[in-house]
Design a protein around this ligand. Sequence first.
Ligand code: BG6
Length: 503
Amino acid sequence: MTMAAPAAGMRRSAGDGLRGWPLSIVVIGASGDLAQRKIYPALFALYCQGLIPEPFHVFGYARTEFELGAFREHVARRLTCRYTPASCCGKHIQDFLSRCHYVRGGYDGPDGFLDLYQEMKIFEREPAANRLYYLALPPAVYLDVMRGLGAAGLVSCGAKAGWSRVVVEKPFGRDRASSDRLVRDVGQVFQEDEVYRIDHYLGKEAVQNLMVLRFGNRLFEPLWNREHVSHVLLTWKEAIGVEGRGGYFDENGIVRDVMQNHLLQILALAAMEPPARADANAVRDEKVRLLRAVAPVTPAEAAFGQYGAGEMNGRRQRGYLEEEKVAPHSRTPTSAAVALRVRNDRWEGVPFFLFAGKALDKNVNELRIRFRETPFGLVERPSGWLGNELIIRIQPDEAIELRMLNKAPGLRMTVQPTTLDLKYRAAFKEVIPDAYERLLLDVIAGDRSLFIRADELAAAWDVFTPLLQAWDEGGGQPEVYSFGTPIPDFARRLANRHGIPLE
Ligand code: BG6
């Protein structure tokens, strides 16, 4: 089945009939954390599997001064050989590094981009080339960078010149209006079909499986509605604080950081109607339709918290206000709970409860579909029983669990909650790819299914913009919770008001 992401073996036409032309992968913001942690390792993993069309080169571009050797060391630091035997690991790394080049330059003038152009030309050696630009940068500099690329002649146009594609990372704006502006700015240089807005959660294995689970099985779809589902709970927790990203986080907060994008995307895939076809646009059309049916969250349906100091792993962990680059009296929420309402026939009256937070007790991201109780209590329900529940664990340890009542074996009629449990690591022998591997491969192949379309982005901002504006303009304070708390009180109170038990 192809659906949102075609199976790996089915989709690898290097795209557009340009197979064989040189491919230049340009990472702008090459010295940063995202590039080092995610982009180079993902490119290397693709390289090890022979999935990057040859010939290709990787060009790093940033303001940092780097000798070529130092840049290659910077790239190498996070490379691991998950797809190659340990015996050839060193050789693969050296081969990959020999294709990595570096150009130092600024973001706001033409000179650096002209240098980049000269460097790329040395390796492209053809009249045409395919070019992938990854903007691992804050959006504030997008427009300058794109203009710089355009002015240096780095954005190809016309079928004979090869393709140019640009990958942009969130945050795509701060609200609906600034996001629209950013879309227009990017559109000055790149056509919409050349823009790949990445939400790396869409590249996660268990998120992709949502489509297969829902629409490939007869079992769930008849139950997937207000008649049978009592509520949906989407939880995202991290057991770390902002870890050196205080400046970025303080500007954005948890709603802009994970809810408006990652969690809303998961919700859209979980709640949308079946797409008419298994192609990229049909799936995204349904996601947009669903997002437009989500009522904008009101302040009464939301609650915010901020982590204070706490104890974890036997050590004192500092509170948010002690983090570097966080404003001394910051009101930025590091945790939030919202109860969303999807206003359509399928979901009217079913709360979708989203809870996200940093500095909590553990790392987990899971979706729980909780079903209504059986109408007549013929079978006695054990205490604490919450009804049937389908749990889709996105991370860590991808799994699907189905909670159900069962008779415990024995002469007495004892009813016991039990779990049908599918753990990916036990059930499949395949390596689970990192989300960035899949997404970069899709960019190279020209497959936009897993990238956010402009109308989808607008619909997602519409859900949260009124709430964010009310919070930014109002004087409310987030409720402080201790570092390492499992579920802060503010979230529990909001959940109780909606009749949702949080475990
Ligand atoms: C990013 C957020 O988008 O996702 C981070 O900006 C968060 O705050 C990260 O830590 C989590 O990604 P993952 O893949 O580790 O769950």
